[in-house]
Write a protein that binds this ligand. Structure first.
Ligand code: GLA
Length: 382
């Protein structure tokens, strides 16, 4: 990948680029908790976005996306949302720099990668982190990794328009080989948890579907959580987010007002607790209990938070009673993308062979599968 992105860059721009790699992510458990100031447990994977980049002397930005075989061009002074969509993840970062009063010149960049787009593996966060890291290096901006993570999230919130939390960017930037990151999304303190899975591997099963609901419903879930917090706050003024809310508070102050809001908030409050217990299981090497929690998370996401879909439910239900599968659930924002499965290494090929025709029969879609290795976060590779 490094050689190919470098060659495309040479062919297009006849210059020697800086190349930055930024990975996609999985999340072991802790879903829809980041924007509620809870905890998450993501890890960076061996699928990544590569950005090859070099400075220009004017204020022109010239981009080429290998995957889409598309060019894009604009100037720094006239940046605006592009209908081409993919350039927004890049120029949104430049927009953030401008808002911070940081000046840069134009640049040429080629983007390539092997994170499947729309699979819920955060290819967009990986791209934003790669671009931020590359510009920081190229123009010696002296921003920290955390600054870059926050900038990437803001760019997605303000420029792309998805009110996402901080998990995906944090995982891409701070990932560590063979470790998950237990991130406190309130304080942004984090610890690396060794991912000792024994003979189990992380198998991702891609539904190959992304329902159009994913971004609109995501923003609706955020508002529903905020509504629940506002009702509790009337009686407990110190409460700032669902992180501070207990199940009893929800029973008392939210359930009488609105059953749907209650269901949403209840899932989040339970999920924050589940993650903390799951971390203890991980530390005690009790992967069986961790796996049970993953199934429970799926059920909550499907029935209470209602961000699953029939394709994801099908894949989780199909492995639920399989002795080679210790845990499985939908992963990420929902309405498509992948399930994450903890599967015995020697059973993986058989499982894929068994599931593929069943999935096709049930949904008319092809199933794709990846075994995810846990890797380091964003770095310069050339
Ligand atoms: C998406 C968002 C994240 C997070 C997850 C759900 O991946 O980008 O911030 O909220 O959904 O856990």
């Amino acid at each position: 990948m490094i050689d190919s992105v470098s060659k495309v860059f040479h062919d297009k721009f006849s210059a020697e680029p800086l190349i930055v790699r930024s990975p996609g992510r999985v999340n072991i458990i802790g879903e829809h908790t980041d924007y509620n100031e809870g905890f998450v447990l993501p890890a960076a994977i061996d699928k990544a976005i590569y950005v090859a980049i070099s400075k220009r002397n004017d204020d022109v930005i010239k981009l080429y996306a290998v995957d889409f075989k598309e060019d894009f061009q604009c100037t720094i002074s006239t940046i605006q949302y592009s209908e081409q969509h993919w350039p927004n993840y890049i120029i949104g970062i430049v927009d953030q720099l401008k808002k911070k009063g940081i000046e840069i010149t134009g640049f040429n960049a080629v983007i390539d990668g092997d994170v499947p787009v729309g699979a819920g593996l955060s290819s967009s966060a990986a791209l934003e982190c790669a671009v931020g890291f590359a510009l920081n290096e190229l123009f010696d901006l002296k921003l920290s990794r955390l600054d870059l993570v926050k900038m990437a999230q803001k760019s997605e919130n303000e420029f792309v328009g998805l009110q996402c939390g901080i998990m995906d960017m944090f995982a891409s930037m701070f990932g560590k080989n063979e470790h998950a990151i237990r991130l406190d999304c309130r304080s942004l303190e984090y610890e690396y948890e060794p991912l000792q899975l024994g003979n189990l591997k992380i198998l991702l099963l891609n539904t190959n579907i992304k329902h159009s609901l994913s971004s609109s419903e995501y923003n609706v879930r955020r508002q529903q959580c905020e509504q629940g917090v506002a009702w509790v706050k009337e009686y407990h003024p110190n409460v700032k987010s669902l992180r501070d809310v207990t199940a009893t508070m929800l029973d008392e102050f939210v359930l009488p007002k609105d059953k749907l809001i209650y269901k949403r908030c209840r899932f989040v409050v339970d999920e924050i607790e589940r993650l903390l217990q799951a971390c203890v299981h991980l530390q005690q090497n009790d992967i069986k209990s961790l796996g049970e929690k993953m199934f429970r998370t799926h059920d909550g996401l499907s029935k209470e938070y209602e961000v699953s879909c029939k394709e994801l439910d099908f894949l989780v239900d199909a492995v639920r009673n399989n002795p080679a599968v210790t845990g499985a659930r939908m992963m990420g924002g929902g309405f498509g993308g992948c399930t994450i499965n903890l599967v015995q290494a020697d059973a993986i090929d058989g499982l894929i062979a068994q599931l593929s025709p069943l999935y096709h029969q049930a949904t008319g879609l092809n199933l794709t599968a990846y075994v995810a290795q846990i890797e380091n976060g964003t770095s310069i590779v050339q």
